[in-house]
Design a protein around this ligand. Structure first.
Ligand SMILES: Cc1cc2nc3c(=O)[nH]c(=O)nc-3n(C[C@H](O)[C@H](O)[C@H](O)COP(=O)(O)OP(=O)(O)OC[C@H]3O[C@@H](n4cnc5c(N)ncnc54)[C@H](O)[C@@H]3O)c2cc1C
Length: 383
């Protein structure tokens, strides 16, 4: 089997297939160890190595999945994503990757947000899953975060992890399982008589099956572009921010404030504060005006303080906002559309990929993230 892409999706897929007895080669055009550029500053990070490290299952999408696929499918997908969190936890702990179970807070920066979450809460209550979220009052969010956030939700089965350590552990586990990892850019993947061919700059690789695990660059490939768009998301890390900005290190809470400015906030293990949001790549030392405004309102202490690092990377978002796994051809599979929630979802998609590429009976094959679009192609140009 050949996997194009050495991020979480590619490496999880490779690992599961290799453990099932297949010979696997991963083709990835990102060098390892990562160059400084990929780890610290700039606008071209490798998302699997440099994300915010917040792990969550898919319950936030419950109402969206219900609307499209029905209640039973929504429950099945969200429960499968809970199991994926558990799989990642077990792996991280076995490999010695720092993993911290936390309660994830979702707090409003605008009253309209809470109205949207009410739909989610109602759907969950109606579906018998009302215990997934706990309501958080504005007082509690302000007390825990030290900033003027509104009311929100809290949910368990979440965690934080060191993303770079997790990717490194996945690479090590792949190598240990006999996976070959080749550093090369793939230009094209094509189905041929009884298998597939990966066409590189100077070389070709033949395999029985191929898996496209391209991350944000999937949106630039000919066959997948119709169903995915790529967006930038950024992270800034500030040092020396004390108790004037919570969460304090021993009161770690993950915070999502789903407005234009901010999606992530958490304390890192070294005490630095990580803030992240959506938006275009910026000069590494200069937050955008929008970011500055958001910070001024929520965390004035950060406004004139230069971040230790500020970088952005691509995430890919599907039409239905769901992670997607499918096949363009019986031997050519793809796994994409993680919408910035890739740490747990990548494990879920990889389980489905491994069943397909291993031509095994599909236990997970009926989940709503299995793409029913008739995407047919026997040749794919890659970005
Ligand atoms: C700033 C930021 C913060 C984030 N925060 C979180 C978070 O807190 N929690 C969370 O769950 N998710 C988060 N995410 C999302 C998460 O990082 C991604 O969903 C996940 O890493 C995607 O994994 P992937 O394997 O699909 O893609 P990637 O990590 O993008 O890997 C894609 C791989 O494909 C390779 N590739 C692509 N095209 C080719 C080609 N033609 N030839 C050879 N190789 C190719 C690349 O070299 C790379 O190795 C964040 C993302 C960003 C950018």
């Amino acid at each position: 089997m050949a996997v194009v892409g050495g991020g979480y999706v590619g490496l999880w897929s490779a690992l599961l297939c290799a453990r099932a007895g297949q010979a696997v080669t991963v083709v990835s055009d990102r060098p390892w160890p990562l160059r400084d550029r990929d780890r610290s500053r700039g606008s071209d990070v490798l998302p699997s190595a440099a994300n915010a490290g917040m792990v969550f299952p898919l319950w936030l999408d419950f109402d969206n999945v219900w609307e499209r696929y029905g209640q039973a499918d929504a429950v099945a997908l969200c429960r499968a994503s809970d199991a994926a969190v558990e799989e990642v936890r077990a792996f991280a702990e076995l490999q010695g990757c720092p993993w911290r179970g936390v309660e994830h807070l979702l707090v409003a920066t605008h009253p309209r947000q809470f109205a949207l979450w009410q739909v989610l809460l109602d759907s969950l209550a109606w579906g018998g899953e009302g215990a997934v979220f706990r309501r958080v009052t504005a007082d509690e969010s302000q007390e825990r975060l030290g900033a003027p956030f509104g009311a929100g939700l809290a949910f368990g089965n979440c965690a934080t992890v060191d993303p770079h350590a997790l990717l490194g552990a996945l690479r090590d586990a792949c190598l240990e399982a006999g996976v070959e990892i080749v550093e090369a850019h793939a230009r094209e993947v094509a189905a041929v008589d009884d298998g597939v061919e990966i066409v590189g700059e100077d070389d070709r690789l033949a395999a029985g099956h191929a898996v496209l695990a391209l991350g944000g660059r999937a949106a630039g490939s000919s066959a997948l572009a119709r169903h995915l768009r790529a967006e930038f998301t950024w992270i800034g890390v500030w040092e020396g921010v004390g108790a004037e900005v919570r969460p304090a290190p021993d009161d770690l809470a993950c915070v999502s404030a789903l407005d234009e400015q901010m999606h992530y906030l958490r304390r890192l293990e070294d005490g630095a504060l990580l803030v992240g949001g959506s938006g275009p790549p910026r000069r590494p030392d200069e937050p955008s005006d929008e970011v500055r405004d958001g910070l001024r309102r929520l965390f004035p202490a950060l406004v004139d303080r230069p971040p230790r690092t500020l970088y952005s990377g691509l995430i890919e978002v599907s039409e239905g906002l769901l992670p997607l796994v499918g096949s363009l051809h019986p031997r050519l599979h793809y796994a994409s559309g993680l919408s910035g929630m890739g740490i747990a979802s990548s494990r879920l998609l990889a389980g489905i990929v491994a069943e397909r590429a291993g031509e095994q009976e599909e236990e997970l094959g009926a989940l709503a993230c299995v793409d029913e679009h008739e995407l047919e192609a026997d040749r794919v140009d890659l970005a």
